[in-house]
Each structure stands twice: as structure tokens, then as C-alpha cells.
Design a protein around this ligand. Structure first.
Ligand code: PEP
Ligand code: MN
Length: 270
């Protein structure tokens, strides 16, 4: 079947074996933060068995309050290295500071730029000189135009492996943490050459809404999903209210397997 959404101009960016922007649909899943070796091992094995093609997990967390858990920091490097090796999945993690790029280069398969750093042009320029895919989240108050220009900073630095990530924006609405901008997903597919991944975890801030909004983003044409998962969300050190437990992740993959073929896509292989 011919796909409705895939622009022939979409760049394809490889994360491991999965080609983001092609007919493979990339499910990237994992905890908001790495919490301990046992925790990350547990999540990594489960998300792999439930269809994830890449593993997410924050080591450095930019939290609104300085009192909140800030991530394990450099202590997380050895945990990530061990789990990645064991589970054999590509690993994507947020880089919050240009000084960490060197350390993280041989650890991550893709760098995530968080919403709060979309405007950090010195970070973007530095990432432009690496050869790793960059998942560039939209600033929560950024215009689509500003987001695309931020992507151009990376491309201009010599790295065209940019994947955009819609993660919700601030609006007048307070019932949900953010307002997931479904228009942005369609807009990026129609008017840009960048692949786009949807993050309904931050986009809604509510685990009960994540699957619904994920499926809506698939219908709008996204190339993949970034999903926060935790074995016991109420105990999570960050963002537990929006984390899927394993049963909910299984529900999501079941529904993805039904919906993706409608759009000529399928869950990517590892
Ligand atoms: C995250 O992915 O855990 C994160 C901090 O996301 P954002 O930058 O979109 O808030
Ligand atoms: Mn998070």
C-alpha cells in the first residue's frame, strides 16, 4: 500500500538497525531516568521483549526544581554501558552540557537534546560536529520555525542526522502537563525533510492518555515514538505520573501492530 504521509523528501536516520523516516516505525522506550543497575536492566529487557528498537534513559536530568532528583550523572555511565551490552539495543540519552559530549560519544547511539536546551546554540553547534544522530526535542514554547532553525544549527555544523521530537507545548490549558501539538507532526512531515518522533509521555504528562495520543500521532504521520516506561511508576524518581507500566506498553504495541499497517508501516526490527 502506498503511504499517505511519507514524503519522498524525508531524510532517513539510522538508530541501530532502525531507519527513522522510512517504512520502519521506531519505538524507543525506557525510563525517564536511570535509577540503578537493577532498575535499568529490568526495564531494558522488558521494553526489548515488547518491541522497542532502542532504549531511552536519562543520566543528566534538567528538573524544574533543584531539589528534585537530578539524575545519577556520570555514575550512570557504567550502568548504561553494562545494560546496553547485555540487552543489545541502541541507547539514546539526553546531553545537557557540551562538556559531556566527549564522555558520552562512545556510550550513546544517539544524543537527545531536551526541550529546555533547544535554544542552546552552542550545544547544537557542538553536536553538529559529531557523527551521531541527534533527537532534537521542541522547546516547550518554541515556534515550529524556531525548532527547524535549531535543527539547521546542527546540520550546518556538518551533521544532517537530525530527528525532530514533538513533546508538547505550553498552552492556556492546565488539565494536562503540556498540549501535544498534533499539527506539528503533520506539518513536519509535509513541509520539512526531517523525520519526526512523537513523545506523548511529556506531551500529556498523564499515563492514562499516553496510548491514545501515541496512536493519534501515528495517524498524523510520525516516524516513531519516544515512550517513558517504569516497572512501578508510582515509585519512579522522575516523571512517574506519565510512565507506562509493562502492561500498558504491551497494550500500546498491540495497538501499534493493528494501526501501523494501515499507513504502510510496521514496527522496526532491531
Ligand atoms: C525527557 O525526555 O525525560 C525530558 C526531560 O524531556 P523534555 O526535554 O521534553 O522535557
Ligand atoms: Mn521525563
Amino acid at each position: 500500500m502506498n503511504t499517505i504521509h511519507n514524503s519522498p523528501l524525508t531524510n532517513r536516520v539510522k538508530i541501530g538497525a532502525c531507519e527513522v523516516g522510512g517504512n520502519d516505525f521506531c519505538l524507543i522506550a525506557g525510563p525517564c531516568s536511570l535509577e540503578s543497575l537493577e532498575h535499568f536492566q529490568n526495564v531494558a529487557h522488558r521494553v526489548k521483549s515488547l518491541g522497542a528498537v532502542a532504549l531511552r534513559g536519562g543520566m543528566f536530568k534538567l528538573r524544574t526544581s533543584p531539589e528534585s532528583f537530578q539524575g545519577l550523572g556520570k555514575e550512570a555511565y557504567s550502568i548504561a554501558r553494562q545494560v546496553k551490552q547485555e540487552v543489545q539495543l541502541p541507547f539514546i540519552s539526553e546531553v545537557t552540557d557540551p562538556r559531556h559530549i566527549g564522555d558520552m560519544l562512545d556510550l550513546v547511539d544517539a544524543f537527545q537534546v531536551g526541550s529546555r536546551n533547544m535554544y542552546n546554540y552552542s550545544l547544537l553547534k557542538e553536536l553538529g560536529s559529531t557523527d551521531k544522530p541527534i533527537l532534537l526535542k521542541r522547546g516547550f514554547s518554541a515556534l515550529i520555525k524556531e525548532w527547524l532553525l535549531a535543527a539547521d544549527y546542527i546540520v550546518k555544523g556538518g551533521n544532517d542526522q537530525v530527528i525532530l521530537c514533538e513533546r508538547g507545548i505550553r498552552s492556556f490549558e492546565t488539565a494536562t502537563r503540556n498540549t501535544f501539538d498534533i499539527n506539528a507532526v503533520s506539518y513536519i512531515k509535509r513541509y520539512s525533510s526531517f523525520p519526526i518522533v512523537a513523545d506523548p509521555s511529556h506531551g500529556t504528562g498523564d499515563s492514562r492518555l499516553v496510548v491514545d495520543v501515541a496512536l493519534a500521532a501515528v495517524a498524523a504521520g510520525c516516524d516513531g515514538l519516544l515512550i517513558e516506561v517504569h516497572p512501578n511508576p508510582s515509585q519512579a524518581l522522575s516523571d512517574g505520573f506519565q510512565a507506562l507500566d509493562y502492561a500498558a506498553l504491551e497494550d500500546l504495541t498491540t495497538q501499534l501492530n493493528l494501526l501501523l499497517p494501515v499507513f504502510g508501516k510496521r514496527l522496526g526490527d532491531r
